[in-house]
Each structure stands twice: as structure tokens, then as C-alpha cells.
Ligand binder design. Structure first.
Ligand code: F6R
Length: 659
């Protein structure tokens, strides 16, 4: 879950590209950082620092790195070895410099082998060992490419690695198996990074590296020729250096080290989408972007004239070709309707917040399509030997599309013969590329570690999915479909109204932070929202919070309640409202302080609550998207009142690419 960046070229400063890139990747890890550049003098220079990237920037003021044209950088989320300068990347061995994201599983074996050979190991990391293996190999082969090629088969685990060699400043090597890695294509220059966001300031053209692939980037300067595009009649007037143009050659190899043709994709995210745009934190910006996010998620799938859900274009690429133009429609492609008609059971698999979205979807799909739904946490699903068949649909939900457990789960589901459908925010991410069918949250980049807008967008997509399944199964009629779609289309303006609670929570935060714990309670679709609210509070405010099914309280958790316990009661006026109120009274009778969230001017609840928040009147199926907004704001303001780093909570990283 670290972030890595590399640069080879002369148009930009490697130091600047790397530091700018790492800033965009800090969400992946932020306990230490480092950079190494082969300076124009030929010397390989490295600077590392414990703590956030600002510490590395301070270190670079004392120990400046001179210009060069090749460099690599890293921001760390510790796995092997405590966060410290000694364990920070890049790791050096001889003249080799390396950054690594992931885990080398056979590191103990490699360590022993190196110690026996008398190698001096400086850090506690698994990554340094790989640098030593490559360094020993390059001594023999005198080629960094051949050295990496020889070492790669010895590594077990998950890794994305960038390597450079002081002796050859015009070559950069990258290889991966697991964590994501992209190549950014510039004009005569090449970038590498853990994700596209790190490079959007420089390019919008990317090659996504697949597992087991090896990348060889070579840089050279070539004399301008009359036939080249860069040639002008003025060329002869230029200095010798100016008469050269830059070439950066990217060669991709597969597992068998055969050359493969790279596919270049253009990303339409612009660099300003990943700025804070005046908000104090990314998380707050992303909370405020939710009305737009839900509209963007729904737009491609609603035919407004017919008022019908449209998932027809999604389809299932049964052989996983991912290139719709090349598909032989009969052999490789099944329409959504064809697949959905035959589905007997749905599994929804995800982690964390995305898993709670899946739990809400269980209610959507079972009600609208009358199909049995099982939800599973990806890390449980992948190890419980699940039983799947061809008429079962496995839906994975992942904002990043890179979560290691969810990725393993979708691979397993495919191997077991099920149809797979991914719901991702990041297009072309590993999970997206693995699935037969693809739906997108379409919420734009989400940078804050705590997921917000991607959650509501995935709920919209799941709601639409339930309608499409219901229609395919002929259990949902058009009148009902119209009611659901109207509710979704009304969401953006209703959400705008709820954002007004921002001020309310920023004022209440000082009082709320005195509670010793929080119980979030709900029934039906509000139960997973209660769990999501509690998760937000835990990860941001570091306060103890539990999400519980309101009806389950009397089976144990009531014992927790006393006047220091705040009860956040989700009680929209739906078909379980009366029962929820009974549960609220049970909690109040035991001294709990009530923060209630219900629909409209609910005087009954206002009387019994310390804090009361009203949601607009809405169809039950969109209540979850509305009710979660005040919970996000509450967690945000409590964390801010406690002076926590909202965008980068302790011990966490946004994209969890390790098990
Ligand atoms: C919590 C949060 C995490 C993620 C989880 C899965 O706010 O963001 O719980 O939801 O790590 O991540 P994705 O959706 O990227 O697979």
C-alpha cells in the first residue's frame, strides 16, 4: 500500500515530478518517504525521511538533490520494519536503487541466503533484499535489464517495483505482480506511478501494466532529421544540444519475456479534479461533491424519455477480452438481459465501506428482483471455499479497483465458473480488468482516505442493478421502475439540502467529542448505514463506535448503555419506523443520549433527542444515500475538533493492495 513514482526524460526535473507525484499518492501510505536521482554528475543521490512527505521536503532543503534525468521515489505504509528513515525507500545495494510496493513473501529465505553470502543488510525490510539480489546479478550480467529478468522468478508475493542502476542512467526497469502500476507516456519522456492521479499534471496517456509483466524504459537523444516531425528549417541555426530530440522507448514483456504490444489508454480526468479547490480537506470536498457524484453515476443508465433503467450496453465479455471492438458478439459477448434472466443467486463481495454498500444492495435486490443475495467480506469469501456455479452472479464493489482481497475474490469466482460483475470507480483498475461485466461509480477521483462519494455512487449503481435484475426476472413492473428512478433523479437536490448540516455538526462537535462511545442503530436498509456511520467515526475520530441492528440490542449491547454513551438512531419513516422507535425508547430508558435522524419535522423524536436531524421525505430506496451524509459530516467535524488528520487517518491507507 505504498506509493511509487519514477521518471526518465529531460523535459522535466525528476525531483519535481517525483515529489509532485508522491503528494498525490500520499493517501496510499504516509509514514516515511524517499527519493533517489542519478544526478547529471553521474552520482546516484538518495534522500529519505521518516514521517509525511513534508519531512522529506524539509530534508531536501538541507541536502538538495541536483538535476538529472532519471529518478524514483516512494511513500511508505510499513509492512516489514517500523516506520523510520533506515526502513524508508529507495533501498540501495551497490549501485542499484529500488522502490517497492507490496510484500515479498519468501523474504526470510532470501535474507538467509544473502546473510550466508556475507551481504550486509541495513534495514528490516523485505524490499532491500530484492535490491541486493539485483545488485549481485548486475555485477555478473552488466545489464540491469538482464539482472531484473534473472531475479524476478525468485520472488514470491505481491509487488510493484522500480529499479535503476547508477552505471546506466538511461534505463529504468519496472515489474509487477499484484499492486497497481501505470506508465505515463510523455513526449520523449516516460513516467511510472502506482496510479494515474500521480501523473495527471504531466500526461493523460497511460499504459496499465498487467501482472507478471516487465517494462524496460530506455532514453536517448537523436539528431533531428529532415524527415522527422520535429524538423524545421530553423534546425541548422540551433545549438548542438538543441538539434537533438528526445526518445523514450517503452518495451513491455510478458511472463515468458516475450515482447508484447502495449495498449495506450487516454484518461479524461483532469489535474484540477485532484486539487482541494478551496476546501479544508479532500474529504469535505468529496462530501460536497456527492450531489454531482450520484447524478453522474445514474446518468449513463437511465433513459429519461422512456423512464427506464438501461444496463444493456454493459454486457458480459465472457472471455474477458476487454476490447469490445474485437469481440465476436455471438461467441464472446452475452447481453445483460441474457445473463440476468438466468441468474439464480447473487453474491456481493467487497471490503469496508464498499462492503456496507453491498449490504444495502441485498435489500434492494431481494425486494426488487426476488433473487437470493449473499454478502461477504472479501477476505472471508476467498478463504471459505465457496460453492459457485454458472448461473450465479458475483458482484464486487471497489472504489479503487485495487483492493487485494476483492481482487483475489473475483479471480476465485471466475475460476469457479460464476459470472462476475465489477462496480469500480477507477476504470481499467485491476478488478475492473478482471471482471466479465463492468459498471462504474463515475464519481471522479476520491482522494480522502475515508470513502464518501464513491459510497453513495455505488449505492445508486446497485439500486439500478436491482431494477435491471427485477425487470429481467419479470418481477418488477414499469410503474414501480418509474417510482425508483424518480427517487434516484431527485437525490442530488435532496442531498444539497442535507449538506446544510455541515454548520450544525461543526458547532456540535465540541460537545459530541466528550462522549465515551457511540452506538449507531438502524433497521432494514438503515442497518448497514449504521455500520458505515460507525466505521467513519472509528477511522477518523479514533473513538469507539459500533453499528448495530436496532432490534438486536436487547441480546447483549444494551449492557453498554449509560449516560456517556451516545445513541445515533437512524429512524427514517419507512415500514420499520415504529419498531425502530421502540428500540430507541429501550436505549433511552437506560440513560443513553439520543442523536436521531428521521424524516421531516418529527416532533415525537425531537422531544426525546439531544440532537435531531431531519431528512427530506424520500422513497425508502434512497434513504440510505441521504442518511449517510449527516453521518459523514458528524465524523468529519468530530475528527477536526480533535485535531486529527482527516484526509490521512493514522495507520490507514486508501488503497489496500496487501492482504
Ligand atoms: C473506509 C474506507 C475503506 C474502503 C475499503 C475498500 O472509509 O474507505 O473501508 O471502503 O478499504 O476499498 P475499495 O472500495 O477501494 O475496495
Amino acid at each position: 500500500m505504498c506509493g511509487i513514482v519514477g521518471y526518465l526524460g529531460e523535459q522535466n526535473s525528476p525531483r519535481e515530478v517525483i515529489i509532485n507525484g508522491l503528494k498525490k499518492l500520499e493517501y496510499r501510505g504516509y509514514d516515511s518517504a524517499g527519493i533517489a536521482v542519478i544526478q547529471n554528475s553521474g552520482e546516484l543521490k538518495r534522500v529519505r525521511a521518516q514521517g509525511k512527505l513534508t519531512e522529506l521536503e524539509k530534508a531536501l532543503e538541507y541536502e538538495p538533490i541536483q538535476e538529472g534525468h532519471i529518478g524514483i521515489g516512494h511513500t511508505r505504509w510499513a509492512t516489514h520494519g517500523v516506520p523510520s528513515e533506515r526502513n524508508a525507500h529507495p533501498h540501495h545495494a551497490g549501485k542499484v536503487s529500488l522502490v517497492h510496493n507490496g510484500i515479498i513473501e519468501n523474504y526470510l529465505e532470501i535474507r538467509e541466503q544473502l546473510l550466508e553470502a556475507g551481504v550486509k543488510i541495513e534495514s528490516d525490510t523485505d524490499s532491500e533484499l530484492v535490491a541486493h539480489l539485483i545488485s549481485r546479478e548486475v555485477e555478473k550480467t552488466k545489464s540491469i535489464f538482464s539482472a531484473v529478468k534473472n531475479v524476478k522468478p525468485q520472488l514470491k508475493g505481491a509487488y510493484s517495483i522500480l529499479v535503476l542502476w547508477e552505471e546506466s542512467p538511461n534505463e529504468l526497469i519496472a515489474f509487477k505482480d499484484g499492486p497497481p502500476l501505470v506508465i505515463g507516456i510523455g513526449e520523449g519522456e516516460t513516467y511510472l506511478a502506482s496510479d494515474v492521479q500521480a501523473l495527471l499534471n504531466y500526461t493523460q496517456k497511460f499504459i496499465y501494466i498487467n501482472d507478471q509483466e516487465l517494462v524496460h524504459v530506455q532514453f536517448s537523444k537523436v539528431q533531428k532529421q529532415p524527415s522527422t516531425a520535429n524538423f524545421t528549417t530553423e534546425t541548422s541555426k540551433l545549438s548542438k544540444e538543441e538539434q537533438l530530440y528526445h526518445v523514450s522507448k517503452v518495451t513491455l514483456y510478458n511472463q515468458r519475456f516475450e515482447k508484447i504490444e502495449p495498449k495506450v489508454a487516454t484518461i479524461n480526468w483532469s489535474a484540477d479534479l485532484i486539487e482541494k479547490q478551496g476546501y479544508a480537506h479532500y474529504m469535505l470536498k468529496e462530501i460536497y461533491e456527492q450531489p454531482r457524484a450520484v447524478a453522474q453515476a445514474a446518468a449513463p443508465h437511465i433513459d429519461l424519455e422512456k423512464m427506464e433503467v438501461q444496463l444493456d450496453k454493459v454486457g458480459f465479455d465472457i472471455n474477458n477480452l476487454m476490447d469490445l471492438e474485437k469481440l465476436d458478439s455471438k461467441k464472446d459477448f452475452q447481453s445483460t438481459l441474457e445473463v440476468f434472466k438466468n441468474i439464480q443467486k447473487v453474491y456481493i463481495i467487497a471490503c469496508g465501506t464498499s462492503y456496507y454498500a453491498g449490504q444495502v444492495a441485498k435489500y434492494f435486490i431481494e425486494k426488487n428482483a426476488r433473487i437470493n443475495v449473499e454478502t461477504d467480506i472479501a477476505s472471508e469469501f476467498r478463504y471459505r471455499n465457496p460453492i459457485l456455479s454458472a448461473n450465479e452472479l458475483v458482484v464486487t464493489i471497489s472504489q479503487s479497483g485495487e483492493t487485494a482481497d476483492t481482487l483475489a475474490a473475483i479471480r476465485l469466482a471466475k475460476n469457479l465458473g460464476a459470472k462476475t460483475l465489477s462496480i469500480c470507480n477507477v476504470k481499467n483498475s485491476s478488478i475492473d480488468r478482471e471482471a466479465h461485466g463492468h459498471l462504474y461509480m463515475n464519481s471522479g477521483p476520491e482522494i480522502g482516505v475515508a470513502s464518501t462519494k464513491a459510497f453513495v455512487s455505488s449505492l445508486v449503481i446497485l439500486n439500478l442493478l436491482s431494477l435491471a435484475l427485477g425487470k429481467a426476472k419479470k418481477v418488477l413492473n414499469h410503474d414501480d421502475e418509474v417510482i425508483f428512478l424518480r427517487a434516484i433523479l431527485g437525490l442530488p437536490s435532496q442531498m444539497e439540502g442535507i449538506l446544510a448540516y455541515d454548520k450544525y455538526f461543526s458547532e456540535a462537535a465540541q460537545k459530541l467529542k466528550k462522549f465515551k462511545g457511540f452506538l449507531y442503530l438502524g433497521r432494514g436498509v438503515s442497518f448497514p448505514i449504521a455500520m458505515e456511520g460507525a466505521l467513519k467515526l472509528k477511522e477518523l475520530a479514533y473513538m469507539h463506535a459500533e453499528g448495530y441492528a436496532a432490534g438486536e440490542m436487547k441480546h447483549g449491547p444494551l449492557a453498554l448503555i449509560d449516560p456517556q454513551m451516545a445513541i445515533v438512531m437512524l429512524a427514517p419513516q419507512d415500514d420499520v419506523y415504529e419498531k425502530t422507535i421502540s428500540n430507541l425508547e429501550e436505549a433511552r430508558a437506560r440513560g443513553g443520549k439520543i442523536i436521531s435522524i428521521s424524516t421531516g419535522e418529527n416532533t415525537q423524536l425531537q422531544k426525546v433527542s439531544e440532537y435531531y436531524l431531519s431528512l427530506p421525505k424520500a422513497h425508502w430506496s434512497v434513504n440510505p444515500m441521504l442518511a449517510v451524509v449527516p453521518l459523514q459530516l458528524m465524523a468529519y467535524h468530530l475528527a477536526s475538533a480533535l485535531n486529527h488528520d482527516v484526509d490521512q487517518p493514522r495507520n490507514l491507507a486508501k488503497s489496500v493492495t496487501v492482504e
